[in-house]
Design a protein around this ligand. Structure first.
Ligand SMILES: N[C@@H](CCC(=O)N[C@@H](CS)C(=O)NCC(=O)O)C(=O)O
Length: 283
């Protein structure tokens, strides 16, 4: 698949929970690089019980980080497959077979529900897929499950797109358009208010820590860029700080950060690819 540097990095963990701490300690000791860890896993008898590595098609964005959070939390092994959305990797024909909407993240799990490989695109669908795969991070009761799905759809349908637009028009748009800035900053403020109210009623969005928290966390990491102040949102702040202390979340938020280029460093062509200019309208 041209454009993809497969196996660029491995993040390896143990599905067997008895092994998880050993793996994590070892990985931390060996950073950067993971070759010795691969050797270690190769000699471990528990390796037989480990699931096969999932390919994660990824760029270090909030939507991508939802999935690294899950994979790190569940200690699922994965290969990072960078898809540089600033150079147009997302339009590669091979990638489109996995992700027809030309967006990251997407995954390929060599062991799907029927034992055969499966690909999944859309971060919400990926989170549900992974939660069902490992039977964790989604409330088990039907009522709890629907509660989680509602809040997950709230993230995918509102928090992501609206905060993303606020971010875009405030920081990235080539011209400052007051109407757009106001519209999306106000909508971001409303959504931050909804989240703060919810977290005034519950410790996490839905019962225990779940895929909902994983989906929302990366999106509220830079409130100032969306015209919001965490200081004004005490419940969200409490939750954000608590989730941010989780070791898996810390690791996940760093995955692939070295790939990122500051937006100011992007040339005109890269901005066109990323923000829907010439290249996309020609398609
Ligand atoms: N609804 C999608 C949104 C994914 C998305 O917007 N991905 C962005 C990066 S955060 C992307 O791939 N942009 C490249 C493009 O639009 O060409 C999801 O939740 O997975």
């Amino acid at each position: 698949m041209p454009g993809f540097r497969k196996g660029f990095a491995n993040s390896l963990g143990g599905h067997d929970t008895n092994q998880v701490d050993d793996f994590l300690d070892l990985r931390i000791a060996l950073q950067p690089g993971g070759q010795k860890l691969v050797d270690y896993l190769g000699t471990s008898k528990e390796r037989r019980h480990m699931p096969q590595a999932i390919d994660l098609y990824y760029w270090p964005t909030p939507n991508g980080k939802k999935i690294t959070i899950f994979l790190e939390e569940a200690s699922l092994p994965y290969n990072l497959v960078p898809v540089d959305i600033t150079t147009g990797d997302q339009f590669d024909e091979e990638f489109l077979k996995i992700s027809p909407n030309n967006k990251v993240p997407a995954i390929v799990d060599p062991e799907g529900p029927d034992g055969e490989p499966i690909s999944v695109f859309e971060s919400g669908a990926i989170l549900i897929y992974l939660a069902e795969k490992v039977d964790r991070f989604l409330p088990p009761s039907p009522r709890g499950r629907y509660e989680a799905l509602q809040w997950l759809m709230f993230q995918v349908g509102s928090v992501g797109p609206m905060l993303g637009q606020a971010h875009h028009f405030r920081g990235y748009a080539p011209e400052q358009i007051p109407y757009a800035i106001d519209r999306y900053t106000n909508e971001a403020a409303r959504l931050y208010g909804v989240m703060d109210k919810r977290l005034g009623e519950a410790e996490h969005f839905v019962g225990e820590y779940s895929i909902v928290d994983m989906a929302i966390y990366p999106w509220v990491a830079s409130p100032e860029r969306q015209g919001q102040r965490m200081e004004d949102l005490p419940n969200l702040k409490r939750w954000y700080e608590g989730v941010g202390e989780r070791p898996a979340v810390r690791r996940a938020m760093e995955v692939g950060e070295e790939l990122r280029r500051p937006i100011e460093d992007l040339d005109e062509e890269a901005r066109d690819v990323l923000f829907g200019g010439k290249r996309r309208t020609e398609r």
